[in-house]
Design a protein around this ligand. Structure first.
Ligand code: ARG
Length: 459
C-alpha cells in the first residue's frame, strides 16, 4: 500500500525553508471562496496573496480562511471516523501568542473550553471539538512547537525490575522530562508536563492545573472489584504534535481535540500489551479459563473493560461514544458528502474499530484513498520528539541527550504538581536552561507505535 498520505507514507516531506507554493494557495482560496459566498470574489484576494508570497515567502490567512481551512483539514483526515460534525469545530485564532507563558495560558484555556470547565453555563464533561492555531511557520525561520504527542498524557516510569508503572508508550519521554527537571509522583496516572519550545526560549515545561484535566475514574456496572483496580482516563484527547497545513501555509503548533470513542481507551490504551496491558488482569479477576486462546478469554475481558469505560464516562456525565454509533455516523457522513458532490478520503485500517470490526458497518466496504489538503501531518521530527522528549534522537540514535538539557540544578524550586494558577498568572514554568536549537539535521526516526485515529473529534 503506497498511496501517499496513508499510514506512514507522507506525501512529501515538509521543507521548512521553502516558500509557499502559490498553486497550493490558489487551490485552497478558490475552494474557500467558492464554498463561502459571503467572502466575495476570490480574484482580488489571489492578487494580494501572490504579492505577499513574492515579498515574504508566505502569506497570512484571514480569520475566515483559517477557520474554514482548519475544518476542511479535519474533513480530510483519512484516519478519523468522527468527521460527521466537521463543521462544528471551534477554531481559536492564537496567531499572536509568542512566549511560552502565553502559549501555555492559551493551552489551558483550550482544555477548559474543550472539557466544558471554562464557563459557568457549561457542564464539565460536555466535550467540544476545538483547535487552537498558533503562529504559522515562516520559511527558513525556527518556529514554536509542543513536544508532547497529546496535551494530556500519563507518564510511564521504568521500575528497577524492568516493569513499567504508568503508560509504557511514554517511558522515554517521561525520562527526558525528568532529565529536564520535572518531578512526577511516580503513579500509574500522573499527568505529564507540557513541553513548549519557542525559538527565543528553548524548551520549558509546564504543569497543567487540575481544572484543565478532566478525568474519569473507571468502575464496572456489575463487577464491584473493577473500581479497586484504580483505573482512570482523561476526558479530552488533544493531539499536539501534528502540523496543520492550509493553502501552502504550515502551522506546526495547532493542537486539536475531540471526544473519545470508548475503544480508544478500552481496546487500545488500557488493553494493548505494550500499553496498560489490563486484559490478563481483568480476565483473571473475572475467573476466566485462560489456559488456551480458544476460550476467548481475551475477547470476553476486552468487552467488559470497554463496558466499564463507556459506563463510567456516562455515569460521570462526560461525553463519549461507542463504536457502533460512531460507525453509523461515519456512514451518514459519507452519504452527506456524496450529496455535496465529494468523496470521503478514508483509510480502512484506521476507520474500522479495534474490536468487533465486522459487527460495525464501516468494516464492510472499501474507501476512497486520497491525500487531500488542507490536512494534518505528523512529521518525522515531531514524531521522534514525542517519543523521546529530546532532540538527540531526532538527529541520531545517540541515547545521551545534549548536556545542556540534562538536569536542572538540584536547588531549583519545584512547581507543585497540583498548582492551579489562574489564567492570567499561569503556573510558574519549570525554568529550563535555554538550550540552543540545533540546526535542522537529517532525521532518523526510531520506530514507534502509531497513534490511533488522529482526528479532532469522534462523535
Ligand atoms: N487514540 C488517541 C488516544 O487514545 C486519541 C486520538 C484522537 N481521538 C479522538 N477521539 N479525537 O489518546
Amino acid at each position: 500500500m503506497t498511496t501517499p498520505g496513508y499510514r506512514d507514507v507522507p506525501p512529501q516531506s515538509w521543507d521548512p525553508n521553502a516558500p509557499v507554493d502559490f498553486a497550493e494557495a490558489e487551490d485552497f482560496l478558490r475552494m474557500c471562496y467558492g464554498d463561502n459566498s459571503k467572502l466575495g470574489s476570490v480574484e482580488p484576494r489571489l492578487a494580494v496573496v501572490r504579492a505577499q508570497i513574492a515579498a515574504t515567502g508566505t502569506y497570512v490567512h484571514t480569520p475566515d480562511e483559517l477557520a474554514y481551512g482548519a475544518r476542511v483539514a479535519w474533513r480530510n483526515s483519512s484516519r478519523c471516523i468522527g468527521r460527521l460534525y466537521w463543521r462544528s469545530l471551534v477554531v481559536l485564532d492564537r496567531r499572536r501568542a509568542r512566549t511560552p507563558e502565553e502559549i501555555f495560558a492559551l493551552i489551558v484555556r483550550h482544555l477548559c473550553m474543550a472539557g466544558g470547565t471554562a464557563a459557568a453555563n457549561r457542564e464539565p464533561g460536555a466535550i467540544r471539538p476545538v483547535i487552537s492555531v498558533f503562529p504559522q511557520a515562516q520559511p527558513g525561520r525556527p518556529y514554536a512547537r509542543i513536544w508532547n504527542e497529546q496535551l494530556i498524557r500519563y507518564a510511564g516510569y521504568r521500575d528497577v525490575n524492568g516493569g513499567v508503572t504508568g503508560d509504557p508508550r511514554v517511558v522515554r519521554f517521561t525520562e527526558s522530562m525528568r532529565d529536564l527537571g520535572w518531578r512526577g509522583k511516580g503513579d500509574a496516572f500522573d499527568v505529564l508536563p507540557v513541553a513548549i519550545e519557542t525559538p527565543a526560549h528553548g524548551v520549558r515545561l509546564f504543569e497543567l492545573p487540575e481544572r484543565a484535566v478532566l478525568e474519569v475514574p473507571l468502575a464496572h456496572p456489575e463487577f464491584g472489584w473493577f473500581a479497586e483496580l484504580g483505573l482512570r482516563w482523561h476526558a479530552v484527547p488533544a493531539i499536539s504534535n501534528m502540523r496543520l497545513t492550509i493553502g501552502g501555509v504550515h502551522y506546526p503548533l495547532a493542537p486539536f481535540n475531540g471526544w473519545y470513542m470508548g475503544t480508544e481507551i478500552g481496546a487500545r490504551n488500557l488493553a494493548d500489551p505494550d500499553r496498560y496491558n489490563m486484559i490478563p488482569v481483568v480476565a483473571r479477576l473475572m475467573g476466566l479459563d485462560t489456559s488456551k486462546p480458544g476460550t476467548l478469554w481475551r475477547d470476553r475481558a476486552l468487552v467488559e473493560l470497554n463496558r466499564a469505560v463507556l459506563w463510567s464516562f456516562e455515569r460521570a456525565g462526560v461525553k463519549i461514544t461507542d463504536h457502533h454509533t460512531e460507525s453509523d455516523r461515519f456512514l451518514a457522513h459519507i452519504r452527506n458528502e456524496a450529496k455535496a458532490g465529494r468523496e470521503v478520503p478514508a483509510d480502512w485500517s484506521w476507520i474500522v474499530p479495534p474490536m468487533s470490526g465486522g459487527a460495525t458497518g464501516v468494516f464492510h466496504r472499501y474507501y476512497h484513498e486520497a491525500d487531500e489538503r488542507p490536512n494534518f501531518y505528523l512529521d518525522p521530527e515531531a514524531r521522534a520528539l514525542g517519543v523521546h522528549g529530546h532532540r538527540a534522537h531526532t538527529a541520531t540514535e545517540d541515547p545521551t541527550p545534549p548536556t545542556q538539557t540534562r538536569r536542572e540544578p538540584a536547588t531549583a524550586p519545584q512547581a507543585p504538581a497540583t498548582a492551579s494558577p489562574s489564567l492570567t498568572t499561569p503556573t510558574p514554568p519549570r525554568r529550563i536552561p535555554t538550550q540552543p536549537v540545533p540546526p535542522a539535521a537529517p532525521t532518523r526516526v526510531a520506530p514507534s507505535p502509531t497513534l490511533r485515529p488522529a482526528c479532532p473529534v469522534r462523535h
